[in-house]
Design a protein around this ligand. Sequence first.
Ligand code: UD1
Ligand code: MG
Length: 411
Amino acid sequence: MTNKSYTFVVLAAGHGKRMNSSLPKVLHKIGNFSMLEHVIDNARQMNPEKIVIVVDLPLTQRLKCFEGIKLITQESTLGTGDAVKIAMRNLKELSDIVVVQYGDTPLIKSSTITKMISCLGESNALVCLGFKTNNKGYGRLIIENDSLREIIEAQNGRNNDEEFLANAGIMVAREKNLRELVEKIECNNQAYEYYLTDIVAIAVKSNLNVGYVIADEEEATGINNRNDLATAEFYFQEEKRKFFTNSGVTLVAPETVFFSLDTQIGMDSIIYPYVFFGPGVKIGSGARVGPFAKCENTTIGNGVTLGNFVETKASDIGINTKIKHLSYIGNTQVGQGSNIGAGTVICNYDGKKKHKTNIGSNCFVGANSSLIAPLNVHDYSLIAAGSVVVKDVPKGSLAIARERQITKKIK
Ligand code: UD1
Ligand code: MG
């Protein structure tokens, strides 16, 4: 989708005390990527004109650089209303529509934001996102005659409803309205914070309409503590499992397979139970990943077999290669159609540095071999089982690197 007329303002300041952590809240991970990376990744899918993040100083110090994104510093974290006020004061020329998103609601989909933008239409000044929940920690949307009248924060009103419509936090607004309304937010609550959510009642008082869109709790869930983090991880994994099974990947026991935000798997691949995909995994089609495998930063070609208890890291495995059992493959490039025997270990780390190994195409590495990097094993070569290989193996050669067996008669 290419719509250049909106801006994302992502609120990420504040430590998130309820996490009990030395890490700023929005840097905690779901699917091996920080909450903030989820939000930015999703925002980028919508091709906005601009993305800005409201940060505080401790977060700036730990934040890795997001290309093309402006950071705005909120000196003291006086609440979500204050954060948006500071953002708007810092942004002079802005697109017509502003999407305000909280860094701690990482699972909101771009399709939902698109829905909110269409709901804004011509008649609404603001649109909020609601979801049904029984978790009383959220602000509550008060709806009358199908329009949003007010958001009542959890601390500011009794909520006796079993299930209610909670505020997901994301807000879509016209730039002009947001700029004016946010300046009217006051600090009039026990927490001494400026609540962005007060903007709804302020808009209604100014005779402006406020719309709302409803999402599922699985998508809108916010993260304030470690339980919320675990819940969001669960929702994220469930979503990924559904995504892959719907796109032609067999997950034999979906509930036991764990993905990262950026995992890619091609059609007709089969993933057996208890597999963990860390970041940077790209698998072609017709591959098999066996039980208890773990892959990270690895490209796996079409038709590759990774068997049970195989671990790969920072590697590239060529088409139709088989690594069938109990092997560790690290910082290694393997060509096509090779066979790596059981218990092969790439010794890639010398205690200070990681070194590279290249195994060519159509090679056979015998079981229980140790390949000591840096090492090149060229095409069509064989390594005898139980070898400890320290020297390069030329094309089409057999390397035997083990003690010759001595067999003695027992008296
Ligand atoms: C907020 C909403 C609540 C909603 C919930 C959804 C307000 C007042 N309340 O509550 O209605 O149901 O989210 O998850 O907005 N932040 C800043 N600067 C600040 C304070 C916060 O940038 O001064 C950022 C935080 O990094 C966080 C987000 O804003 O990502 C929301 O703040 P948080 O304190 O988590 O608000 P909630 O209590 O969850
Ligand atoms: Mg929150």
